[in-house]
Write a protein that binds this ligand. Structure first.
Ligand SMILES: Nc1ncnc2c1ncn2[C@@H]1O[C@H](COP(=O)(O)OP(=O)(O)O)[C@@H](O)[C@H]1O
Ligand SMILES: [Mg+2]
Length: 390
């Protein structure tokens, strides 16, 4: 391997595995920093390919496509987690892969992830591995009901999960989810969901964006409030946990860390994603250097400035045809900063874009002020957290 920690020079080529919106926004950030991007994707006209200098069309497990892609780039990163870690290892024979395959190998498997995080001293919701009916019923005994069963791989936006409320539902939920083993988690009665975007450079510099609060709607992120309206000590502890995880992983690049704020004020980490994350999109307008800039800087071996927010912000996802019907109203509202991903078809549940709304630093309004600022988009806003407000 010819890995070097030297920074990439302007006009170097950053290879991005995956052709979706996270790749698109990473490619735009890369272009601002003077880099070219090259996408490995099967969709020649997808969101990332539309804004990149070159594309290798091919499957993520096709050795010929992987080799051709790696030979054409100076560094590789990925924008989604369903490439195999073996494929990343193959790419790493040609150039650095950041974040490295060992992180993906852990984070794409919920069991490996929980085992790793627990051994790193990170607090988690109570969990058990479920391999068969015996361990399933043992899990219900240990965790109590209700519980959540999750597949270990390929889950996203709440897919690959079943909530189990009664003993009688256990077996059916187990059979519905595949492949086995599964993870069983105790249902956390959380006050709210938080996340932190943490980025770490080749020199070990670690930066955290502010802790934010996320509202989901039918398993899909709906709204992010930045900063989270929670006690300073809690927000700080969330950042400490994210930085700890980044260091334990020896991360280079950005990672989203999802957490639950439990009603007693404690934090539990839910899952991590070693890539830019939907709950970091607010940084695109509320920070001088957003999550994509910071990710590209880390991947390219450039210095990482502090991840500072200059404004408070609300990020609203635009999902499916319902939200896209509001596009003319969004464009007519000068306070709505629109971002569209260039997807051809607005299918139900599909993330089409997002809107950021800025507020002067320190003046994020409460629920009704946010509803008012959202205007026609204020349809799905859930109640704010019941506790831990300062
Ligand atoms: N143990 C849990 N207790 C309560 N709610 C949970 C638990 N695990 C997941 N959830 C809810 O389901 C959502 C999706 O679960 P998550 O594990 O983050 O999967 P995904 O990969 O689909 O994002 C979470 O954001 C949270 O709202
Ligand atoms: Mg999640």
């Amino acid at each position: 391997m010819t890995h070097t920690h030297a920074a990439l020079a302007p006009n170097a080529v950053i290879g991005i595995v995956g052709g979706g919106q996270l790749g698109r926004m990473s490619a735009v950030a890369a272009s601002r920093l003077g880099f070219k991007t090259h996408i490995l994707t099967q969709d020649a006209h997808g969101p990332a390919a539309q804004v990149s200098s070159s594309v290798t069309l091919g499957a993520y497990d096709d050795p010929a496509a992987l080799d051709a892609f790696a030979k054409a780039v100076d560094v590789v990163t990925f924008e989604f987690e369903n490439i195999s870690a073996d494929a990343l290892d193959r790419l790493s024979k040609y150039c650095p892969v950041r974040p490295s395959g060992h992180i993906l190998r852990i984070s794409q498997d919920r069991l490996a992830e929980k085992t790793f995080l627990a051994s790193s001293g990170v607090p988690l919701a109570p969990w058990c591995a479920v391999t068969d009916r015996t361990t399933l019923h043992e899990a219900a005994q240990k965790l109590g009901l209700p519980l959540i069963l999750k597949t270990t791989r390929n889950g996203y936006d709440g897919k690959g999960q079943r909530r189990v409320y009664t003993e009688a539902e256990l077996d059916a939920a187990f059979e519905e989810l595949a492949p086995h083993p599964l993870v069983a988690e105790g249902m956390v009665d959380f006050a709210c969901e938080l996340s932190v975007m943490v980025v770490r450079g080749t020199d070990g510099t670690t930066r955290c964006f502010d802790t934010v609060l996320n509202h989901h709607w039918h398993g899909i992120l709906d709204l992010t409030l930045a900063p989270a309206p929670i006690a300073d000590a809690t927000a700080h502890e969330a950042g400490r946990l994210a930085a700890l995880i980044a260091e334990k992983f020896d991360l280079v690049g950005i990672m989203g860390v999802e957490m639950f704020l439990v009603r007693d004020g404690s934090l539990m980490v839910n899952e991590v994603a070693p890539r830019p994350h939907n709950s970091g999109h607010w940084t695109m307008d509320a920070c001088a250097q957003d999550q994509f800039d910071m990710h590209i800087r880390a991947v390219a071996g450039l210095p990482l400035p502090p991840a500072q927010r200059h404004s408070d912000a609300v990020m609203k996802n635009l999902v499916g045809p319902e939200d896209m019907a509001l596009w003319p109203a969004i464009l007519a509202n000068p306070g709505h900063i629109p971002h569209l991903y260039g997807k051809k078809e607005a299918r139900p549940g599909r993330k089409m874009g997002h809107v950021n709304i800025l507020f002067p630093y320190g003046s994020l309004p409460g629920e009704w002020g946010i509803q008012a600022a959202l205007g026609p988009l204020a349809t799905k806003c859930a109640a704010p957290p019941a506790t831990d407000q300062d």
